[in-house]
Write a new protein. Structure first.
Length: 471
């Protein structure tokens, strides 16, 4: 990419989250991720260009030095900071403005710093040779996959109903979403195929901001916040149908919508359980079986035909769950340690650097959180290590998985169809090669912790007031 010859016509709107806006290159498999800030500050950027550069460099460092070693390098693409011409950024922001969803426009794209994060475009993977059938990429934001330990929580309900399910009630009560989703992360992270299938089915039915489908790099399925309408499932099935026509040796016309959807979900479950190379051993389910079932999930336990084997230990879900579980104390148990660190920093401001509160996110930072003493010895080092662990877990609870499904080329299929296997088994799953990546690995700010505690209290209070009553 020649940074001095940037042309806004080579880039198009790709998507956005709460903190950044993403544009993709029209030819090369690359995206630029730009910062956003509140619209009321649009005349008055909240930080200088140097600070913006530092912030993005921190994201790269956090991803490549910390999250990558916890989640597994093979899943992570950290990218690099780039400095763009301001005129290009300004034109780009004008160009994409009308494509942005209205409900995201409470924030504006940063046009002052000229800094962005350049990443590979994970929705247009170049696995194997390019085929004429474009790849399907599925983005899942799985959220937290375990229940906190009863030791640290003040409300019993937190050990029974997962955070995501409680948060759903809060969001519906506050009008953020019209309907609650029946997706439960504990089903997705269970490693049990039936529960995972169930979870993904509900993600598709009510995607909110947890599920998107891209075809050939274009988003073809997502939901609109605050909207009454459900996303168009028929349109999704229309896109998916050609990928699953050969499945199960059905005649084209006999492939029902239900069968297409089932095949699609099954391929996704396979991709999520695949170990992506490596030995792929299976580890026991979360030690306490009681902590892996959510009472709010509408999955009927009695339906389980096969016991849970747990997640393969180098699957993408396993690595994310392990990292989430670095939150061992829950926000309630962590908060006093946060206060201890805060007090220490007030007394000794220079300690901020040594304790790496705002980075740098290097190997020393990783070591601080990995070499945390087992017991609270009262030291500030212990408190800092737990705070660092909590922040890393927060990032893992907020990241997305991008699963890329690349249809095998026709030739490969022909060779395969010669094999006697096809005659032996009536069922032949559609041939895809798959890969998984993890995206959105920003460090969560130290001072966001008090906000986390307040939000937790609001969610639990709201659930106890309205929760059990709602369907
Ligand atoms: P959140 O609100 O979830 O924290 P965010 O503001 O941190 O989001 P991202 O999740 O990183 O932003 O990016 C927003 C969206 O852009 C993603 O949900 C995804 O659809 C798309 N996206 C981000 N990075 C890439 C990438 N490398 N390749 C393809 N698409 C991407
Ligand atoms: Zn749940
Ligand atoms: Mg995101
Ligand atoms: Mg994010």
């Amino acid at each position: 990419m020649e940074l001095d010859k940037m042309d806004e016509n080579d880039w198009k709107y790709h998507g956005e989250g709460n903190k950044s806006l993403v544009v993709s290159h029209v030819q090369h498999p690359r995206v630029l991720r730009l910062l956003k800030y509140p619209a009321e500050d649009s005349e008055n950027p909240p930080q200088t260009a140097e600070q913006a550069y530092r912030q993005i460099q921190n994201i790269v460092d956090f991803s490549s030095n910390v999250m990558s070693s916890l989640l597994g390098e093979k899943f992570i693409h950290s990218g690099e900071v780039v400095k763009l011409p301001l005129e290009f950024v300004r034109q780009l922001s004008i160009k994409v403005q009308h494509q942005r969803p209205a409900w995201r426009c409470d924030k504006v794209m940063d046009i002052y710093s000229g800094c962005a994060l350049c990443l590979p475009n994970l929705t247009s993977p170049a696995l194997h040779q390019p085929t004429h059938t474009p790849p399907l990429c599925i983005e899942i934001k799985p959220k937290c996959g375990f229940l906190p330990s009863p030791k640290h929580v003040s409300k019993d309900i937190k050990t029974k109903v997962c955070r995501y399910c409680m948060h759903q009630h809060y969001k519906v009560a506050n009008g953020k979403w019209k309907r609650r989703s029946f997706y439960c992360p504990l089903d997705l992270f269970s490693g049990n195929r039936q529960r995972m299938h169930f979870a993904i089915k509900h993600l598709i039915e009510e995607p909110q901001n947890n599920f998107k489908v891209f075809k050939g790099g274009q988003c073809i399925y997502s939901s609109k916040e605050g909207s009454d309408e459900s996303p168009d499932m028929n349109s999704l099935l229309h896109h998916l149908r050609p990928y699953f026509l050969h499945a199960n040796n059905r005649m084209n016309s006999h492939v029902t919508c239900k069968a297409v959807l089932n095949d699609f979900i099954q391929v996704l479950v396979n991709a999520l359980l695949s170990s992506g190379g490596g030995d792929g051993g299976v580890v026991a389910d979360r030690q306490a079986e009681g902590r892996s079932f959510c009472e709010a999930s509408i999955f009927n336990k009695e339906r389980i035909r096969h016991g849970s084997r747990g997640l393969p230990n180098d699957s993408v879900l396993f690595r994310i769950l392990q990292t989430q579980m670095l939150d061992t104390l829950d926000i309630e148990g962590l908060y006093p340690l946060y206060r201890q660190v805060e007090q220490h920093l007030q007394d000794f401001p220079k300690e901020r650097t040594r304790l790496q509160i705002e980075g740098p996110y290097n190997e020393a930072f990783l070591e601080k959180l990995q070499k945390c003493p087992a017991e609270d010895d009262g030291s500030v080092e212990y408190a800092v290590a737990k705070v660092h662990q909590y922040r890393v877990a927060m990032t893992a609870k907020d990241c997305s998985i991008m699963v890329a499904l690349v249809p095998s080329s026709e030739e490969e299929e022909d060779n395969e169809s010669l094999s006697s296997q096809r005659q032996l088994r009536d069922f032949r799953p559609p041939a895809f090669s798959y890969s998984a990546s993890i995206l959105d690995l920003d460090p969560k700010p130290f001072d966001s912790i008090p906000r986390q505690l307040r939000l937790d209290q609001k969610i639990v209070t709201c659930y106890l007031r309205t929760g059990g009553a709602l369907p």
